[in-house]
Design a protein around this ligand. Structure first.
Ligand code: NAD
Length: 350
């Protein structure tokens, strides 16, 4: 196994692993550990080149620094990628990945991400203790989705307060795109609070199941963004807020769990110009990372502590909206400012 360092400006440590025996070709990026060890998931994709993988892991690890700084998880930002076809996984590959993660001695902590499941991480765990998000039976924090959904609900509470001065879910029309693990649970939570939930998903069987069970309204995915509603909650894929969709929107706010909702940061300005309040994705979808971060506390995972800390999503969004209002900037700029302030405060303390 050969581990080599890649010098990248602005990143604490970036390392490459090539292991001939297992065929592992992977990268780990530790962006910043000012606020704690760098936690971020492991993904596996058939990147066309190492440069493409490097671009992805750098971008994602920096994003994790900002997300954790705002959520106050006591963690820094990191990420790892395996360059390869997810259909050609092997036990040896994940054992080698475990050794690679272990070589950073806890500076980087891994978790699930695209194309990586709990079974893969259980193999990684054989070689390193720096793994999170395993099953409850293993003393870990388990599936993060219900916590992400609950965090989103708290976030929407902050959004309604910003829009109307009070958080009244009753009869608010909330459109959810993507009713999978997070969006489906969010739909239920909103309905319990009296909201009028409209769902859409490209998986018609899933829509039918939820409509039958809860009586939600549904719309087809094509053109769904032009439906009039109070809150539009993207919970499917990223990049849904772009030049094409923003002019179509007829909502008062966008607040959902999907990652990287803005195709480009300038789309935050387009939303502001249309007077649509945007809840920055990494602030409102932090419930999952907050839940995982509880594993790091002395005494290990405790659901009660996780549930209490989920309130951070609400208070942090309130802060983001306040900064945006005061400084007349977009909410995505305000979220970055809040993260940078917290990292700077951490640097002063160190
Ligand atoms: P999921 O795969 O369980 O659900 C996604 C749903 O979106 C599926 O039902 C799918 O059919 C639907 N979908 C996909 N493309 C669509 C499209 N173009 N139009 C309409 N529906 C579409 O995923 P999830 O775990 O619920 O995550 C949803 C989003 O939230 C993702 O962007 C994810 O990165 C983000 N996120 C999830 C978590 C978590 O804890 N699971 C945490 C943070 C962020």
């Amino acid at each position: 196994m050969e581990i080599t360092e890649i010098e990248v400006d602005g990143y604490e440590k970036v390392v490459r692993c090539r292991d001939q025996k297992s065929g592992l070709h992977a990268l780990i990026a530790v962006h910043d550990t000012t606020l704690g060890p760098a936690l971020g998931g492991l993904r596996m994709l058939p990147y066309a080149s190492e440069d493409e993988a490097l671009f992805d892991v750098l971008r994602l690890s920096k994003g994790m620094t900002y997300k954790s700084a705002v959520a106050e998880t006591g963690l820094g930002g990191g990420k790892s990628v395996i360059i390869g076809d997810p259909k050609r996984k092997s036990e040896d590959m994940f054992l080698a990945m475990g050794k690679f993660v272990n070589s950073l001695e806890g500076k980087y902590i891994t978790a699930e991400d695209m194309n990586i499941g709990i079974a893969d991480l259980e193999v990684v765990r054989k070689e390193t203790k720096w793994v999170t998000g395993l099953s409850r039976e293993m003393g870990s924090s388990g599936n993060p989705s219900p916590y992400t959904a609950l965090g989103c609900l708290y976030g929407i509470r902050a959004v309604l307060e910003e829009l109307d001065g009070k958080a009244d879910f009753k009869d608010k029309r909330i459109l959810i795109q993507g009713v999978g693990a997070v969006g489906g649970r969010l739909a239920e939570l909103l309905k319990e609070r009296g909201a009028q939930v409209i769902i859409c998903d490209i998986n018609q069987a899933r829509v039918d199941e939820l409509v039958k069970k809860h009586g939600f309204e549904s719309v087809s995915d094509a053109g769904h963004a032009s439906l009039p509603c109070d809150v539009y909650a993207p919970c499917a894929r990223g990049a849904g807020l772009n030049d094409e969709t923003i002019p179509m929107l007829r909502c008062r706010a966008v607040a959902g769990a999907a990652n990287n909702q803005l195709l480009e940061p300038r789309h935050g300005r387009d939303l502001k110009a249309r007077k649509i309040l945007y809840a920055p994705d990494y602030v409102i979808n932090a419930g999952g990372i907050i839940n995982v971060s509880i594993e790091m506390l002395p005494g290990g995972y405790d659901e009660k502590k996780a549930l209490a800390k989920l309130e951070n999503v609400y208070t942090n969004l309130k802060k983001v909206f306040e900064i945006a209002r005061k400084d007349n900037i977009t909410t995505n700029e305000a979220a970055a400012r809040l993260a940078e302030l917290r990292i700077a405060a951490g640097k002063k303390k160190a």
